[in-house]
Structures are given as structure tokens and as C-alpha cells.
Write a protein that binds this ligand. Structure first.
Ligand code: FMN
Length: 202
């Protein structure tokens, strides 16, 4: 596992001649789909962009960071803010998958409604975005395990990205992750020491 974690770094330059195999990319996104989320609600949507023209169109909204056009594909990880709809969809899906009774399913909806839907719109967006970050980390780790490089990116203008991709208003572009194969040396890591960040309590 150390090897996988140490392989990952924020890759700034990708080899434009190397493309990720479609089957591998599908597997990466399928594994990302299994990420944990609060109450299991999965308030997210992942938009995978392989088209060069679309990547080019997106670049200015990402401050022309080179990763966007150089990467084999760009995953725009969006948070869903239509939480009531997410809850309805998830209740139906989990009921079918897990065999919950009507009573269990209704009880779950009531409980989540009281917790999540009591939040303001801003709080709901923040809550949904937190879930997206977890999925983003998973995507980068499963990619690293397959020798695929990535870069987590917050350096973009969400409203412009939304306009270019024609996102519906319930989707907020939260994290952009270009994926591909490195075309640069991996830099040394700089991190706080173990004792600075881990406090062990007996
Ligand atoms: C939430 C988040 C947003 C980031 N945004 C950008 C970005 O827009 N552009 C970029 O080149 N790197 C971005 N980074 C990469 C960080 O600078 C990088 O992860 C950090 O310096 C540690 O280096 P490493 O990932 O290579 O270990 C971002 C990282 C995170 C976690």
C-alpha cells in the first residue's frame, strides 16, 4: 500500500500520447462509485471527459492549468445539492438492494430528512461537497494502484465549468481530477513529521 500512496503525486504534466484504456477507466470510475458517504446517500455525479475539444474548452475555466488539456481524461466531480431527490432515489435503491421493509425505509427517510434537510442551502452544498472529496481521494488512490497519475484540482471557476459543461443547477463542480500518465519527474514530498500530526493517546 505504501508503494501506491507514494506513487501518487499532484501531476502537473501528462504525456499527451498515452491514453488510459477504456476498460481500465471504467473500472476506476466503478471503484470510485463504491466510496463511502454520509448515510450512504452518494450526493455526487462524476463527469468523465475524454474529448480533446471539450478539454480545450474547459482549460480557461481552470486558469489554463496544463493538466486539463494534457491528461488522457478529466473527471469533473460534482456535488448534488438536490438532496431530497437523492434521498428518495437512495431510499428506493437501498430498499430494493437490501430488502428493507416499507417501515424501515420510511424511518430512514424521516431520520435523514430531519438531519440533512434542516440545513441551509449553503450547508447542504458544503455537506455534499465533503462527500465528493472522499470519492476524489479514492479515485486518485485506485488510479495510482494501476500506475495512473492524477492531480486533485480546486483551481477552477465553478460557474464557468458549469456553463461549459451545461450542468444542471443541482450539480456543483467541486473537484476536478485529470488522469493520465506522467510526463515529469515526481518531486520529493514535503510533509510534517509523524509526531507533528499524529498524537497517540493511550
Ligand atoms: C483540494 C485540493 C486542491 C488542489 N488544487 C490544485 C490545483 O488546482 N492545481 C494543482 O496543480 N494542484 C492542486 N492541488 C495539489 C496540491 O498542491 C498537492 O496535492 C500538494 O502540494 C501536495 O503534493 P502531492 O499531492 O504531490 O503530494 C490541490 C490539492 C488538493 C488536495
Amino acid at each position: 500500500m505504501r508503494e501506491v500512496v507514494e506513487f501518487r503525486f499532484a501531476c502537473k504534466h501528462f504525456d499527451v500520447s498515452k491514453k488510459i484504456d477504456d476498460g481500465v477507466l471504467h473500472e476506476l470510475m466503478d471503484l470510485t462509485r463504491l466510496s463511502p458517504s454520509s448515510y450512504g446517500l452518494q450526493p455526487w455525479k462524476f463527469i468523465v471527459i475524454k474529448n480533446d475539444e471539450l478539454k480545450k474548452a474547459l482549460a480557461p475555466a481552470c486558469y489554463n492549468q496544463p493538466q486539463i488539456v494534457e491528461a488522457s481524461c478529466v473527471v469533473v466531480m460534482c456535488a448534488r445539492t438536490d438532496v431530497s431527490k437523492v434521498l428518495e432515489e437512495f431510499s428506493a435503491k437501498s430498499k430494493a438492494d437490501m430488502g428493507y421493509t416499507d417501515e424501515q425505509s420510511e424511518g430512514f427517510k424521516k431520520m435523514v430528512n430531519s438531519v440533512i434537510l434542516s440545513k441551509s442551502d449553503d450547508e447542504i452544498k458544503t455537506w455534499a461537497q465533503k462527500q465528493v472529496y472522499l470519492a476524489g481521494m479514492n479515485l486518485m488512490t485506485v488510479s495510482a494502484e494501476k500506475g495512473i497519475d492524477s492531480c486533485p484540482m480546486e483551481g477552477f471557476e465553478a460557474s464557468k465549468v458549469s456553463e461549459i459543461l451545461g450542468l444542471s443547477k443541482e450539480l456543483t463542480a467541486t473537484l476536478i481530477i485529470p488522469l493520465g500518465y506522467r510526463n515529469m519527474e515526481q518531486p520529493k514530498k514535503t510533509r510534517f513529521d509523524f509526531a507533528d500530526v499524529v498524537e497517540e493517546r493511550e
